[in-house]
Design a protein around this ligand. Structure first.
Ligand SMILES: [Zn+2]
Length: 487
């Protein structure tokens, strides 16, 4: 009994000490910044020109600490005519690690080069196009491919085989044997007719049936069925959610890249104008709202972005989190979508700045999972968010954190240029989907905003967007939950 009571005292003491420790945590100065280039292509696929080693060298020259490679797994398009889809049709394939049998080599090469540059943190992921579909007008001989450039990124899974099995339309993860595979054996009936059953029928008919049935049997080999195919129109967000769920089950995380890029191959004629082909992928920021349990999205990339504007898709999903409709918030990051060293697409032009306590891959992944990061665009002119903190009566919090408040939130911000130059910057402080305050001034720019009246049980968040003539910055939100004051 006495032992139990003494233990209880120890526990209470420990809890108080922990409470104090938590009370003083959450200050940005406890972390240091690692500048990360996210979404890199290499000579393994669409990057074509530069090797992983060359990209690592460029990163060092431009002060980039983290390299996250995201090669395309499979770049393939197929169309087959009904009934003989695999025999009568076309397949177009571009180089990519899975189709080239180089997936293992790609991950090994990142490790090998990473070992040569211990000052860099390098790791690999995969960019997939899980799905696309055809709109075909056979009368007009027109083929239109939809959503081929609707991409999604998987990171943080441990095994190469887990990437090899990603549920993408032309990947192994889309195929399986099950009872309906038996239905694909239907041509055996025709084969049997040609060989035995039709013995009393004309020889020509039997031979014809035998040939067609054998072709169909070959077409259906190896009798696997697929979860999804490109011939049944638009299934909405289903294939993408299926992909997200797979990656989460295997301990990884998913990012949505370039949601608002519009990409199109305009109608092109083939065989002297006999066939017409087009490819259309519409901007699709609504996928932020329509899918669940992904970790983040490209809040800055080389395009105009509207999903991050106050009240748009990002704020809608963050609002769903506040309302308990999502398990976790969705974080914004910066993606360079690097293919080679080009104007506007240099390795350091768009970065994710991770706030970490250790210079390790685990610390970077943790920052990515917890939203302890911000996105910058501007290359040599990039902005630095020295401070973005919210302080209540109880504690301080930084991006990605959630703090309790008895009514007060003091938001502190300090923004500067990495190169120390002076430049006019415009800032928007966004509270739960609406602009709370706007500021502008020359860098280094520092200010505070005090927000009051956060009621017990109320949940809000604050996030920051900055813009100058040469640069942009988008922060992640800091959450505040109202609690009862001390009576
Ligand atoms: Zn890409």
């Amino acid at each position: 009994m006495r032992v139990a009571r003494r233990l209880e005292t120890v526990w209470i003491g420990l809890a108080c000490w922990l409470g104090l420790a938590i009370g003083v945590a959450g200050a940005q100065e406890e972390y240091f910044e690692l500048r990360g280039a996210v979404h890199l292509h290499t000579n393994y696929s669409t990057g074509k020109k530069e090797t992983i080693a060359e990209i690592a060298q460029k990163a060092k020259e431009h002060g980039v600490d983290v390299l996250i490679f995201t090669e395309d797994d499979i770049l393939q398009v197929r169309y087959g005519l009904p009934l003989l889809r695999d025999l009568l049709g076309f397949t177009y394939t571009e180089p990519a690690p899975i189709t080239d049998g180089a997936l293992g080599e790609y991950f090994e090469e990142i490790q090998r080069v990473g070992a040569k540059h211990p000052e860099l943190i390098m790791f690999g992921g995969i960019e997939s196009n899980p799905f696309y579909y055809w709109e075909v007008d056979l009368a007009a001989l027109t083929w239109t491919m939809h959503s081929f450039d609707k991409h999604i990124i998987a990171l943080g899974m441990d095994k190469v085989e887990e990437y090899a099995q990603l549920p993408v339309i032309h990947g192994k993860g889309n195929e399986r044997w099950d009872w309906s595979s038996l239905l694909l054996l239907w041509p055996l009936i025709g084969v049997a007719y040609g060989l035995f059953l039709g013995a009393s029928h004309p020889r020509g008919l039997r031979l014809g049936v035998l040939i067609v049935s054998t072709l169909c049997l070959i077409n259906n080999f190896p009798f696997k069925v697929t979860y999804m195919d490109q011939y049944n129109g638009d299934p909405g967000s289903g294939p993408y959610q299926h992909y997200i769920d797979y990656v989460n089950r295997h301990g990884g995380l998913v990012l949505w890249p370039h949601l608002e890029a519009k990409s199109a191959i305009p109608p092109t004629d083939f065989l002297g104008g006999l066939f017409h082909f087009a490819s259309i992928t519409e901007p699709h920021p609504e996928d932020l709202v329509d899918t669940y349990d992904y970790a983040g999205f490209a809040a800055l990339y080389a395009d105009n972005i509207t999903a991050t504007e106050p009240g748009h898709q990002w704020d809608i999903v963050l609002g769903q989190y506040l309302a308990g409709q999502r398990a976790k918030p969705i974080w914004g990051e910066g993606e360079i979508d690097y293919h080679y060293d080009q104007k506007g697409g240099r390795i350091h032009d768009i970065l994710t700045v991770f706030l970490v306590k250790d210079r390790t891959r685990e610390a970077v992944m943790d920052a990515l999972r917890q939203g302890r990061m911000y996105a910058v665009r501007g290359g040599d002119e990039q902005l630095v968010l020295d401070t973005f903190e919210v302080e209540s009566e109880i504690r301080r919090g930084i991006a990605g954190e959630e703090i309790p408040s008895q009514g007060l939130a003091r938001i502190s911000m300090r923004i500067d240029k990495l190169n120390g130059k002076q430049e006019e910057v415009k800032l928007r402080l966004i509270k739960t989907g609406e602009v709370l305050a706007e500021f502008s001034g020359l860098t280094p720019l520092e200010f505070q905003q005090v927000d009051t009246g956060i009621h017990p049980g109320e949940k809000v968040y604050y996030r920051l967007m900055a813009q100058s003539r040469t640069a942009r910055l988008t922060s992640n939100p800091i959450f505040v939950t109202g609690v009862e004051g001390v009576p």
